[in-house]
Design a protein around this ligand. Structure first.
Ligand SMILES: *Cc1c(COP(=O)(O)O)cnc(C)c1O
Length: 367
């Protein structure tokens, strides 16, 4: 057997992340498209930038780069714990939310275990299952791309080890209501770990949404996943966290590399949590951009889903890939959803006002 065969045998179901144009860095895109201005509305980044307090704190922290960071990040754990009303030990830091998802998979999944998830959701759950040789079980959406909780419960077997939910859901922006979540958790067998990814919870404005943190005291099998990449605008710093029972968080500490969260990110995150104005301003900017997009889509007769995130899902009724290419030629990069079996849909991140307007103008020109 040669080395290539060996390599392919290890990860037959995994592909590298950067596999389409929407994933390229902006500087790269400028070269490819030969444009001075490229607006990248495919990553759900916060166009507002990090809090100035976070930037200051990170500049300070750079000076201590010679020292290893705190392994568990006690100071940040403490602040998150008191904000969420949980014990410090229930908070676990990670190198972004992606790292948290992978750590949970590495800790809890064994080959052949089944991991249930909706068909239209964040791709990392499926990748994490494959990484461990577990089997992703995908449950079709119900209604207007809603997470089918009933279908998920029906899919539980003796092999089910984990269920992954995203709330608000990426790429639809839809929510699982608090009422639905409460009823669902009651029915899930207690030996199944439920990952609830709340990467966008700060943006959620549907009155029926609630974070699932309040369920942790009753359910030891829940792990909530959060990130500083989205509303806190620290995507490049790489920091996220999990909240769950001590049984789960302590188990994950066995697997976690000792210094998986760098000190600069810890400092930035800590300062970010103290800057409520920044969060408020980001939310406001997002709300305004969302309304601009809704208006444009309504005018064009496109169906869209009212979003609880910093992006909008839209069905253009046209070939999404073609639309993507034409928008790209105008320097606007959006997310095509044909990989989900949604060939006419796009996900558009909410950028600065000028970016959102440029997208809308480009869309009109293309049509
Ligand atoms: C962006 C995103 C993440 C990844 O966040 P990082 O902290 O940057 O790794 C996780 N889950 C969902 C649903 C996301 O959209």
């Amino acid at each position: 057997m040669n080395i290539e065969t060996v390599v392919r045998k290890v990860y037959p179901n995994l592909t590298p992340y950067v596999c389409q144009m929407a994933d390229y860095p902006v500087e790269e895109l400028k070269k490819i498209l030969q444009k001075e201005n490229v607006y990248k509305l495919s990553f759900n980044e916060n166009p507002f930038g990090p809090s100035s307090k976070a930037i200051q704190a990170m500049e300070q922290a750079i000076r201590a780069s010679n020292l290893y960071p705190s392994s568990r990040g006690e100071e940040l754990q403490e602040v998150i714990a008191s904000k969420e009303g949980v014990q410090r030990e229930q908070v676990l830091l990670s190198n972004g939310a992606d790292d948290m998802i992978n750590l949970a998979a590495q800790t809890f999944l064994e080959p052949e275990d089944e991991v249930i998830m909706p068909t239209v959701t964040f791709v990392q759950y499926e990748a994490a299952a494959h990484l461990m040789g577990a089997v992703p079980v995908k449950v079709p959406m119900s209604g207007q791309l809603d997470t089918d909780l009933e279908g998920i419960l029906q899919s539980v077997t003796e092999k089910t080890k984990m269920i992954c939910l995203c709330n608000p859901n990426n790429p639809t922006g839809a929510i699982i209501s608090d009422e639905q979540m409460g009823a669902f958790l009651k029915r899930v067998p207690k030996n199944i770990i439920v990952i609830i990814d709340e990467a966008y919870y700060e943006y959620a404005n549907d009155p029926e949404f609630s974070t699932a943190v309040k369920y942790i005291s009753d359910y030891e099998n829940i792990l909530i996943v959060r990130t500083f990449s989205k509303i806190y605008s620290l995507a490049s710093a790489r920091i996220g966290y999990g909240i769950g029972s001590v049984v789960l968080t302590e188990a994950i500490h066995h697997v976690r590399p000792p210094f998986n969260v760098n000190g600069i990110a810890q400092a930035g995150a800590l300062a970010s949590l103290n800057d409520l104005e920044h969060v408020q301003a980001s939310k406001q900017l997002n709300e305004e951009g969302k309304q601009l997009l809704y208006g444009a889509f309504e005018q064009l007769g496109f169906e869209y889903i009212r979003s609880n995130g910093n992006f909008v899902y839209v069905d253009t009724n046209m070939n999404g890939e073609h639309l993507f290419q034409e928008l790209a030629q105008k320097g606007i990069i959006v997310r095509v959803l044909k990989g989900y079996g949604l060939p006419t849909s796009l996900r558009v991140s909410i950028g600065k006002e000028e970016e959102t307007k440029a997208f809308i103008d480009a869309l009109h020109e293309v049509l």
